[in-house]
Write a protein of this length. Structure first.
Length: 94
């Protein structure tokens, strides 16, 4: 489940548990809450666009379970391979 960002006043014991959750930025949360079929999310490299895409994939998979269909495209194979490596880290529960 995607949760809102934690408050700054949390205790150290509670912070350890945060690694198990995903906390979107404000802009990512806007995209996650958007009901549109197509979302245009621009910006420079490192702005969290791919992470937001992964979160949208999780939302879709939770909604449709085994009936989920996901297509993730990139302009070049190299870019796609980089995203695959990043997604593997994102989706593993270690």
């Amino acid at each position: 489940m995607i949760k809102a960002a934690p408050k700054q006043t949390q205790k150290k014991e509670e912070v350890k548990d945060l690694a198990r959750h995903i906390y979107p930025t404000r802009k990512q949360q806007y995209a996650l809450d958007c009901p549109a079929d197509i979302i245009i999310f621009g910006g420079s490299r490192g702005g969290g666009k791919s992470a937001c895409s992964y979160m949208k994939i999780l939302q879709h998979a939770e909604l449709y379970n085994l009936n989920a269909n996901i297509l993730f495209l990139r302009k070049t194979l190299k870019e796609l391979e980089q995203n695959i490596d990043e997604a593997k880290k994102f989706f593993t529960s270690e």
